[in-house]
Design a protein. Structure first.
Length: 183
């Protein structure tokens, strides 16, 4: 029995949507207000034609505005946003998304479908779905170990007749020789 188990989680299954955005011409004070209203730590930035062009995070606001003593009401989002926006396709695997986050040393990716920003995948989203990932790995392991134990011969003593053999196989939790398996 050859069970091929290929369950791959994709970005669409873990992403958050809809996405909250501000214009690149908005002030950083407005961006911070919108982030507070929505309880989020980052906000995506769009240009005049609603195309995603960047992201502003809490860290960007702290490091590039507050720590430098700049007035948030006078600083435009485009001056402090991280750009270009790193994006991923909604059908990409979570593994690919995590690798992209690691390579770029970022915690969020824009999820873009046909040029439109459809969602965001963050490290928090991946952590939220980890129990599902662990369960898939656990089930895959059970299936694969069950197939190996039933299909491979082992050298040793039969649990029923206690005869030494080079052809033991696991059957219902016992290691049995060929004769005892036939009974």
């Amino acid at each position: 029995m050859d069970l091929e188990f290929r369950r791959t989680l994709i970005v669409r299954e873990a992403m958050s949507s809809p996405v909250v955005t501000v214009s690149e011409n908005d002030s950083t004070a407005n961006a911070a207000r919108v982030m507070k209203e929505h309880g989020i730590g980052a906000i995506f930035v769009h240009d005049g034609e609603s195309r995603p062009v960047g992201i502003v995070t809490e860290r960007d606001l702290v490091y590039r505005v507050i720590a430098e003593g700049r007035p948030p009401g006078e600083i435009k989002v485009e001056e402090v946003m991280s750009s270009p926006l790193v994006t991923v396709d909604p059908e990409a695997s979570l593994e690919d998304a995590m690798a992209l986050m690691g390579i770029n040393d970022i915690r969020r990716l824009g999820v873009v479908y046909r040029g439109s920003l459809e969602g965001v995948i963050s490290n928090k989203d991946i952590i939220r779905i980890m129990p599902t990932i662990i369960e898939i790995v656990r089930e895959r392991s059970k299936i694969q170990s069950g197939d190996r134990a039933a299909g491979q011969s082992i050298v040793g003593y039969c649990d029923r007749c206690e005869m030494y053999t080079t052809n033991l196989r696991s059957v219902a939790g016992e290691f049995l020789c060929e004769d005892c398996r036939a009974e």
